[in-house]
Write a protein that binds this ligand. Sequence first.
Ligand code: HPA
Length: 277
Amino acid sequence: MDQKDKVLEAVSLIHERIKHQPRVAVVLGSGLGAFADSVQEAIEIPYREIPGWPASTAPGHAGKLVSGLFGNTPVLVMQGRLHYYEGYSLSEVVFPVRVFGEMGIPFYFATNASGGISHSLAPGDLVLIYDHINFQGHNPLRGPNEGSWGPRFPDMTFAYDRELMDLTEVSASSLNMQIRRGVYAAFTGPSFETPAEIRMLRLMGADVVGMSTVPEVITARQMGMRVCAISCVANYAAGMYEKPLSHVEVLQEMEKASGKLVNLLQSVILKLGEKMQ
Ligand code: HPA
């Protein structure tokens, strides 16, 4: 079975189970699962029940889809994402994005935890990603191009939707929350970066670093989805502090900061819902 058939099989199972055609797909990063609790009329679908859908193995990632309403907006939330470091191929990592694209979902919201590279960022800060650097050494679109999914050479100049960025900033200021724009660099992990790699990334103009999001965004853009990505700084990047990095610390910091990101996401989706009326 080719990838497109697998995706269509997953789409038909999801359509059989859910009640509302989603308008917004939301991917929750490490420690950010709480957003899914505020979805009304929630229907949960564990990843293992969806044909072709890879299991989520990373700590802090629940491994289920939650469909329902947020305000008046039908949403489909991925509680737990897939990462390249788990051993999946990039086409497996972006399988959910293919499914969302085939379902005709127009908006893709990504969240993640990151290491802060910029000297003006501290743990707990929110960053609105306006561009990225792909340091994973691979591209999810490599291989034969499925023409119905989009162009062979998609544009990345406008990968992050300007209107959604504005909406996010307006929402943040109405909540009295600080958010600044930044460039996200993706490494594969699972080891954290070295201090030398962080110095290199800073020289190259990256503000935050993480192990996800970029393959999803490339795929979502190829399929014409409009993308918004918000990062929460979980730690100072390697070498900025005389102390080793640990995933436990990332999750602890995200536990403290996740309320803020979840509130912001809720406000943005409500505002987007009003605009779509
Ligand atoms: N590096 C990479 N990924 C991360 C980090 C980091 O410092 N913090 C949270 N995710």
